[in-house]
Design a protein around this ligand. Structure first.
Ligand code: NAD
Length: 351
């Protein structure tokens, strides 16, 4: 074996968010001036948390893909409130805004995720200007502490929960062949895929059980850690371009594209294929994912998410530019067009 693996320092706590004051105390941040980042939609979830903290500013302007102007306003708010700690409560969009503030202020983040997006486990930030999304990696944006409280996700509507859970699964699958993927990433990814797949059916209906939410959070965390270390593979590059160009909803886009990328890469990535199949408890990775997606009624077509048909043609050049040269299966304009068309139409991908 020859590889270099960097682990990122972060405290992960599975607890009830009511334990936050004690967690902050341990982190030496109790009594700090806190800027709470949580949208109005997450008011009910954040209220219990905010009540026990010294919140000097509650920032509610949270929008997906973090528009630059909005990030600037949040940064100014952090300065004028003389915030010392950022506490985010919400999905990847709230975590993403906290990261945008941390990027310039270097303030520490305590993240309380309410979806399975996994942004809290990565040092990757994203900002959108116009229809172009810029991302980068910086250790200052990695939340110092993550508090996973499964009860906060109990009310996540099934459709959102499924798409978000498949977004988590995509981190694990893409980590298998990301440009810097190493044996440690693949081990974390395999356990992440297994745990997300175990939890997903239980969060796909009404009234998710806390145990299933916890499995999905745990697996989603491992998958996101693996992904952050391995780097974006073909799947994330495709979703990143499509999301930015057509303002598609993040998690459902991942849910639609993932089976197509797995079907594309699996024949050229025997070891990854076997590990994913094993993690999904299926004879093949493709069959395992197709069965899982059907059982949770995952979204299947990009056209249903608002992508225009001519977007297939327009997206090909930027996607080709972005896909790592190390991708297991060679990507050409023709085979990429066929993949995008299948994902756009919602064609089955396990035949
Ligand atoms: P989101 O944060 O936009 O949330 C989606 C919707 O769910 C919102 O309307 C929100 O109000 C609602 N919601 C959130 N939690 C809820 C709950 N518990 N109950 C009911 N409703 C709830 O979406 P997301 O998929 O979590 O995050 C997507 C964003 O995160 C994108 O901008 C994406 O680029 C980013 N992201 C970044 C990384 C990274 O590593 N940097 C990783 C994953 C996602």
């Amino acid at each position: 074996m020859r590889f270099v693996h960097d682990s990122r320092a972060q405290r992960v706590v599975f607890a009830r968010a009511a334990a936050l004051p004690a967690i902050l105390e341990e982190a030496g941040a109790m009594g700090s001036r806190i800027m709470l980042i949580a949208s109005r939609r997450e008011d009910a979830l954040a209220a219990g948390i905010a009540a026990s903290l010294e919140v000097v500013h509650h920032h509610t302007e949270v929008v997906r893909h973090v528009p630059l102007a909005l990030a600037e306003r949040a940064r100014e708010a952090a300065v004028s409130a003389r915030a010392e700690v950022l506490v985010s409560v919400g999905g990847g969009s709230a975590t993403g805004l906290a990261k945008a503030v941390a990027l310039t202020s270097r303030l520490p983040i305590l993240a309380v995720p309410t979806t399975y997006a996994g942004s809290e486990a990565t040092d990757v930030w994203g900002l959108t200007a116009g229809d172009a999304k810029t991302t980068g990696a910086d250790p200052v944006v990695l939340p110092r502490t993550v508090v996973y409280d499964a009860t906060l996700l109990a009310g996540l509507p099934a459709e959102l929960a499924v798409a978000s859970g498949l977004n988590a699964l995509a981190h694990g699958i893409d980590a298998m062949w990301g440009p810097r993927a190493d044996p440690i990433d693949r081990a974390l990814a395999a356990e992440g895929i297994r745990a997300v797949a175990a939890g997903l059916p239980g969060i796909a209906g009404a009234g998710s059980a806390v145990a299933d939410i916890e499995q999905t959070l745990y697996g989603g965390y491992l998958a996101a850690v693996a992904f952050a270390s391995a780097g974006s593979g073909m799947h994330h590059k495709i979703c990143h371009v499509l999301g930015g160009m057509f303002d598609l909803p993040h998690a459902p886009t991942h849910a639609v594209v993932l089976p197509h990328v797995l079907g594309f890469n699996a024949p050229a990535a025997a070891e990854a294929e076997q590990r994913i199949a094993q993690a999904l408890g299926a004879a093949t990775a493709v069959a395992g994912l197709a069965t899982l997606c059907r059982s949770v009624r995952a979204p299947v077509a990009l056209r249903d998410l608002g992508m225009p048909e001519d977007g297939i043609r327009r997206a090909i050049p930027p996607i080709l530019d972005a896909i790592p040269a190390s991708n297991p299966a060679p990507v050409t304009p023709d085979n990429l067009a066929a993949l995008l068309r299948a994902a756009w139409e919602g064609a089955p991908c396990d035949h």
